[in-house]
Design a protein around this ligand. Sequence first.
Ligand SMILES: C[S@@+](CC[C@H](N)C(=O)[O-])C[C@H]1O[C@@H](n2cnc3c(N)ncnc32)[C@H](O)[C@@H]1O
Length: 222
Amino acid sequence: MATFPNVIQPDYRESLSKDHSLKGKWNEEFFRTEKPITVELGCGRGEYTVGLARQFPERHFVGADIKGARIFKGAKTALDENMSNVAFVRTHIEMINRFFGPDEISEIWLTFPDPQEKNRRRKKRLTGSRFLMLYRHFLKPSGYVNLKTDNALLFNYTFALVKENNFPVQAVTDNLYQSDIAGMTYHIRTYYEQMFLNEGKKIHYLKFSIPGHEEIREPEEF
Ligand SMILES: C[S@@+](CC[C@H](N)C(=O)[O-])C[C@H]1O[C@@H](n2cnc3c(N)ncnc32)[C@H](O)[C@@H]1O
């Protein structure tokens, strides 16, 4: 994967101490055209990154995950299909604001993130206040966060957090494929989603914004 031009694999220690050189410059220096950028966090094999890039050539897409073997799959597909609007970053999401500058990102997808159900792991939830505060550094105030999950606890927790902070909600359903808004997720199914569907699980979907600058509050329950 080191030879893939569409994968950024920064050194861990470097990311700890300084911003990546592409921060704030993805359109200018990587994609070399000015288009809105969407990121998929915890992208795994990058089904949304690649799937959305196919459907929206007028936008740019960046998938981020820490697992190289998973990113490889999406990056290889994008290269095989000569997609110039796709990139992947191998990083811990905890360091994601080393890679994107203020207002650089228009939309975020969180596709089947690990639910981190145990209370002591709740700080690791990618929809928790700690992460949303990070995303705010680079997501436009008018931008959106999309959460797709099979996990009722993560869905209920995130929806409670959204309500607690009065964040605008664009869409919400606890049973996407029985709802009339399934089209909002563009008919893309990820690897994990397909596994959960095979097990007969319902898919939950929530789309919201995180405007403002004040601290994001955690919901009391969960
Ligand atoms: C359950 S998998 C879902 C993968 C893919 N989105 C899908 O739906 O098939 C969760 C993914 O998030 C990644 N992940 C979880 N926490 C992460 C973190 N803090 N930083 C980077 N990647 C993370 C894992 O490596 C894994 O690929």
